[in-house]
Design a protein around this ligand. Sequence first.
Ligand SMILES: [Zn+2]
Length: 318
Amino acid sequence: MKSKAEKKVQVRNAFLASVVSIVISAGAALVAGFVLKLGVLCSILVFAIVFALTLAALIYVWKTTDLIRKILYLLYCIKHPAKSRRFYCSCCNRTLEGFIELGYSKDSERFDSKRFMKQKQDVICPFCYSAPRQRIQAVWLEANMSTVKDSRILCFAPEYSMMKWFRRNGIKVTTADLFDSKAELKLDITNIDLPDESYDVVICNHVLEHVSSYENALTELNRILVDKGLLIVSFPLDEGLDTVFEQEASTPEYRIRLFGQVDHVRIFGRDSAEILTSFGFDVQAINISEMPENILPVVGPADYDSNQIYICRKVLNE
Ligand SMILES: [Zn+2]
């Protein structure tokens, strides 16, 4: 389910694509009517056909290539000269004047606005929509390229920003999701239909707070990794909690009140590294204080977005 903020971006993109299609098809209809003298009906037909073809082409190019984003970034760079672009998105490799707010805090149907009040909201990349945690992960991957290069990588619930990082570095990733039809594999993370030791690296960002049993998920993630394989994992983490907080919550309103987001069923606490260790991993937390300031490694946009990412190496079986 998409948030209001994400739907707003989709509506804006659809509006822009429609305007461009109308301008191009109106031009074609004018040529048909006044230059080729094809008559009113034919001109209307030309308008309709060119509009449909242009819109379809724009949607195809947007979904399958980075061309339109490249054009938009070129226009952005003309408007914002290099010296004003002090920030950097490590996912899409673009310098920026600043990050943007997507309005999650105002989406009361999905989020608890109180959990956003004390955090910085303008933390999203305007081009690949990366949040701080994805940019932190991209910086870590860049510095640890040998761990992912030439590895079999499985990514649950793939985020566009992370896939962008892998694509631009020429690294193949297999994507998996239980509900997203665009993912290559349809997998239930609590009961993964894959053989033991199938992958060298598994990436699992913000999935464990949604599933029925995080214990089953971690057992399965450990099972499908080779010995010494890596699990790169992150989830909502509230530094104010001693341990993971979960409770039966059958209504959306109650889940928002308890966990801050309508589709969350738990929040993790300060003992997250110990929990991961107990499932058979050597656990290292990425040190956020070592991150470059221009990727804006802050907590946010919600207070449970601590942006802590764990690098978990499967302990060698005795
Ligand atoms: Zn970006």
